[in-house]
Design a protein around this ligand. Structure first.
Ligand code: GDP
Ligand code: MG
Length: 162
């Protein structure tokens, strides 16, 4: 079976951009404003010898009750059905309260989770990553989804066990 990879993170960190790159489709809508992808979206992909299924999740930042929730119901469902989780953060914006809340939610869920620091194009990846070690996730990987930097080595690292 192909491993299922869930992409989670607050809006605008680049989940749909990474989904597109991993699946080489334009199916996931990428926008300059958050919250466009409201449902889970599935795509199959292949990189080198690795075959996988990716699940993109939208973030509307609040649940159906209109109460702010760190993770949407869709994100929680995606994590539940995934073999591993990529928790994306924005390496330019730095650590936010929403990132901390999502990290807290993810810690309750027994899934292999990698912290992926996106948007490291044109900045020093080590500096960009430094902020995020406070989240307590030991596996931190820098990428630039829009340009593909780090994406292949990320896949090789996360799928090595599958
Ligand atoms: P989502 O809300 O998490 O799905 O984020 P999107 O994929 O829609 O991306 C949000 C914005 O970040 C868009 O304007 C993207 O072009 C931009 N973006 C995504 N990846 C990168 C990247 O690697 N570098 C830079 N500089 N911008 C990116
Ligand atoms: Mg999106």
């Amino acid at each position: 079976m192909k491993p299922v990879i869930a992409l989670v993170g607050r809006p605008n960190v680049g989940k749909s951009t990474l989904f597109n790159r991993l699946t080489r489709t334009r199916d996931a809508l990428v926008a300059d404003y958050p919250g466009l992808t409201r449902d889970r979206k599935y795509g199959d992909g292949r990189l080198g010898d690795y075959l996988y299924t990716v699940v993109d999740t939208g973030g509307i930042g609040e649940n159906d009750d209109g109460i702010d929730a760190p993770m949407t119901e869709q994100s929680l469902l995606a994590v539940g059905e995934a073999d591993l989780v990529l928790f994306l953060v924005d390496g330019r914006a730095g650590l936010t309260a929403a990132d901390e809340q999502i990290a807290m939610e993810l810690r309750k869920l027994p899934k292999p989770t990698y912290l992926v620091v996106n948007k490291t194009d044109g900045i020093d990846p080590d500096t960009a990553m430094a902020d995020f070690y406070a989240l307590g996730l030991s596996d931190v990987l820098p990428i630039a989804a829009a340009h593909g930097r780090g994406v292949r080595s990320m896949i090789e690292i996360i799928l090595a066990a599958f």
